[in-house]
Design a protein around this ligand. Structure first.
Ligand SMILES: Cc1ncc(C[n+]2csc(CCOP(=O)(O)OP(=O)(O)O)c2C)c(N)n1
Ligand SMILES: [Mg+2]
Length: 277
């Protein structure tokens, strides 16, 4: 068994290699959310790579910020949902690994099409409600960008979830302070997200999203506070581009690809632990 940090290192290699391979895609948010997604798929969630769309008896993960598909695809492949070699087809014509995940492609592990920001919170809440109706005690997890919170639909859904006591949902916000056009504070400031979610009736936790021990501890804590009548949100502090020094905290790496020289520099910082695809 590989340690979680070892898996995360390989996932980060996959991300930069996939985006470099087609000279397009989104490395920044992917690298920042790698520790979180590694923890979810390799330790926290009950899930089955044999994949059933309805997820009966399984935890569900909804990726709302669909542009960070490289980290999602890598973690799915490395968990056994589809062959790791298929990562090489990322963003190519007719691939199942579209730039933004789509159910139409029937890629195991993908339950919603995402990329049009703002929709995943509503979908996750629907999935959580359906679990309640079905008497299914597993949880729904979701991930959202901080810039994505500028979408009005998010706040409609946030109000709805509190009102309807959707307490089997753990939503996580990638609070990296960056978005496509610059720092969130410069584009549209999000203010104090902890206070905002509390005011909306949610149970809030904060996490150091690039510290694997803290990621595990806070996710375990989040599980323990579900079913108390309130939806749960984790405000996850991350660095865009985490793990590749020249990409860290720089919004310019939101959605551009490294060139050959930059790829070599990046890979030198990320030990190969499970074998490259
Ligand atoms: C509805 C919608 N509007 C605009 C976009 C274009 N877009 C893609 S990513 C992005 C920035 C999102 O910022 P954030 O959620 O913080 O992601 P990060 O840059 O941190 O990865 C925007 C505006 C989109 N995908 N969907
Ligand atoms: Mg962001």
């Amino acid at each position: 068994m590989h340690s979680l940090p070892d898996i995360a290192s390989q996932v980060r290699r996959d991300i930069v290699r996939m985006v470099h391979g087609v000279q397009s895609g989104h490395p920044g948010g992917s690298l920042g959310c790698t520790d979180f997604l590694t923890a979810l798929y390799f330790k926290i969630m009950k899930h089955d790579p044999a994949f059933q769309m309805n997820a009966a008896g399984e935890d569900v993960f909804i990726l709302s910020n669909g542009h960070i598909s490289p980290v999602f695809y890598s973690v799915l492949a490395r968990s056994g949902y589809f062959p790791v070699s298929e990562l090489a087809s990322f963003r190519k014509l007719n691939t199942r690994l579209q730039g933004h995940p789509a159910t139409h492609e029937h890629l195991p592990g993908v339950r919603i099409a995402s990329g049009s920001l703002g929709q995943g919170m509503s979908v996750a809440i629907g999935a959580a409600l359906s679990k309640k109706l079905n008497g299914d005690t597993q949880l729904v997890y979701s991930l959202h960008g901080d810039g994505e919170l500028q979408e009005g639909q998010i706040w409609e859904a946030v109000m709805f979830a509190a009102h309807h006591k959707v307490d089997n949902l753990i939503a996580t916000i990638d609070w990296n302070g960056q978005q496509i056009d610059g720092p969130t504070d410069r584009v549209i400031s999000l203010g104090n997200l902890v206070q905002k979610f509390e005011a909306f009736g949610w149970l809030t936790l904060e996490m150091r999203g690039n510290d694997m021990d803290d990621v595990i501890a806070v996710l375990e804590k989040a599980k323990s506070v579900t079913r108390q009548g309130k939806p749960v949100v984790i405000l996850m502090h991350t660095q865009m581009g985490k793990g590749v020094d020249f990409m860290e905290n720089d919004h310019n790496w939101h959605g551009i690809a490294p060139n050959d020289e930059q790829l070599a520099k990046a890979l030198a910082q990320l030990p190969e632990t499970m074998g490259d695809y």
